[in-house]
Write a protein that binds this ligand. Structure first.
Ligand code: CLF
Ligand code: SF4
Length: 498
């Protein structure tokens, strides 16, 4: 499966044959109800929904291997106060607190989107996620969307909101063809809400305490109902705050499922005194990975959970897990820019074919595993270093995160990601960093990467973690399945060569 290797949009992604075949076809082949991209919806999804999610990296775990999003920070104002937010920083609903974003006017944002679309063929979604609230700053949000779609009509539009002002704009969202909206819902009980929101501003008046949370809750439920009724896919984000809403999120999960939310994304609170937030300054901690996992497991059977969120900044650019925002800061953008659709169209066509090939390979691997491994065989966690494209295509030392897959006889599933500092700096490995990478990989059986040196491989082996580069540039699912069969003693062992 390795074949020849191809680079596209700065990524080494896959087989040359597949790309050449795709590039030779005449642009974007619209087919039936699903439009561009893979023609087939997965078994558990109707074609209309698949058409909406197949190129959205947040709404489809599969799509996040292929497609990128960008956020434009056009909406600094907000109408509520969350105890985990300090507005000097990016919105914690959708971003990692950090330095203040470069704020853009709608005109600047539209220019930046063209620049990114010309350089990043994976770009499929424009999101507005702060640094304040996209609906509280509605004029800027609306103007940005209309400017962008004038130049790039096939750009998917996405927004994130606390929900308070959202009901007023649902019809305009429908008119603008926005088909993905995220509402951050941290509670359905205003008593819980009063511990998260000190105040809201609504209808020209400030409300405090339980009354504020009661209004916010009613508006969030109204927004959810209205969006679902209009066929817009709704993702609900919830910030998990230990001791405040951890158990309560099970109720939130049930309620949003009952009302038709498409996905529920339970995100860990990020809290640090240096952020200057109320929670940071009062010592409220975020959850551990185990606490997050426990809540997610408790929600099984409820609303579908998103597990591949990277808590992006409000000005993030690129595939989830990478941030190319610095490459496209305002000072680097030319004054005049014209959109060139060729790169994105060719890329979409390539993905459509690559995706079908990958699915077929994954199905074969699953069947082979099911036929050869005992049903009682234990589950294994395998981490992969990937730059996207659904392949193992990153050097171990360059990885700033590992995607972790769970495998057993029922198949290979994305489980979670783990972030780390890249082991290699300026071409040389750093021992201290390797220790931290090993700590990051705790509980992982095997790591798959495109390349690793003898030295780090042996150190990892000493820590009980096998690292293999034999599956370089293979599809993730087929490689993970092959590793599983080997580990269960039913396939010839791969030589662990460096
Ligand atoms: Fe942006 Fe959010 Fe749209 Fe995605 S992000 S507005 S839905 S395009 Fe995605 Fe980033 Fe998680 Fe958000 S990984 S923080 S869920
Ligand atoms: Fe901050 Fe976003 Fe909450 Fe507004 S909605 S206070 S910007 S986290």
């Amino acid at each position: 499966m390795s074949g020849n290797i191809v680079s596209l949009g700065g990524l080494t992604i896959g087989s040359k044959a597949a790309l050449e075949k795709a590039m030779a076809s005449e642009g974007c082949a619209t087919t039936g109800a699903t439009g561009c991209g893979s023609k087939q919806a997965p078994d558990d999804m109707d074609p209309a929904t698949w058409a909406k999610v197949k190129d959205h990296p947040c709404y489809s775990e599969e799509a996040h291997h292929y497609f990128a999003r960008m956020h434009v920070a056009v909406a600094p104002a907000c109408n509520i106060q969350c105890n985990y937010c300090n507005r000097k920083y990016d919105c914690a609903n959708e971003s990692r607190p950090g330095v203040v974003s470069e704020r853009l006017s709608p005109e600047e944002a539209a220019r930046k989107v063209i620049a990114v679309a010309n350089e990043v063929p994976q770009l499929s979604v424009l999101g507005i996620a702060g640094p304040g609230d996209s609906c509280a700053d509605w004029k800027k949000t609306k103007e940005t969307f209309s400017r962008v779609t004038k130049d790039i009509p096939d750009m998917r539009l996405c927004l994130s909101s606390n929900g308070l002002a959202l009901p007023e704009h649902v019809e305009e969202l429908v008119d603008m063809n926005v088909d993905h909206v995220t509402i951050t819902i941290n509670m359905i009980d205003p008593e819980v809400g009063a511990k998260i929101y000190p105040w809201i501003r609504h209808g020209g008046k400030r409300y405090y305490g339980v009354e504020a949370s009661q209004i916010l809750h009613e508006r969030q439920m109204l927004a959810l109902d209205m969006l679902v009724a209009r066929g817009i896919l709704v993702k609900v984000n919830s910030v998990l705050i230990p001791g405040i809403n951890d158990e309560h999120l099970l109720e939130v999960n049930k309620e949003v499922k009952r009302r038709g939310a498409f996905l529920h994304n339970i995100m860990p609170l990020i809290s640090d005194p240096a952020h200057g937030t109320h929670f940071g300054l009062t010592g409220q901690r975020g959850p551990t990975a185990a606490e997050l996992q426990k809540v997610q497991e408790a929600c099984a059977g409820g609303a579908n959970l998103m597990k591949h969120c990277r808590q992006c900044r409000a000005d993030a650019v690129g595939l989830l897990g990478e941030d190319r925002g610095q490459e496209f800061s305002l000072d680097k953008l030319p004054e005049a820019l014209e959109y060139d659709p060729a790169g994105r169209e060719s890329y979409k066509d390539w993905v459509a074919k690559e995706r079908e090939d990958r699915r077929a390979a994954a199905a074969d691997a699953k069947a082979e595993t099911g036929a050869t491994v005992a049903k009682t065989a234990p589950k294994l966690l395998v981490a992969v270093a990937t730059q996207g494209g659904g392949r193992i295509n990153q050097h171990f030392g360059h990885a700033t995160e590992f995607q972790v897959f769970e495998v057993d006889t029922s198949g290979v599933r994305f489980a979670f990601h783990r972030r780390c500092d890249n082991y290699c700096v300026d071409g040389a490995g750093e021992e201290g960093r390797l220790d931290r990478v090993i700590a990051t990989l705790e509980g992982i059986d095997t790591v798959l990467c495109a390349k690793i040196g003898d030295c780090p491989r042996e150190t990892l082996a000493g820590a009980g973690i096998t690292v293999l580069q034999d599956y370089a540039y293979d599809y993730i699912e087929t490689a993970v399945s092959a590793v599983y069969r080997t580990r269960m003693g039913l396939a010839p062992a791969q030589a662990e060569t460096a």
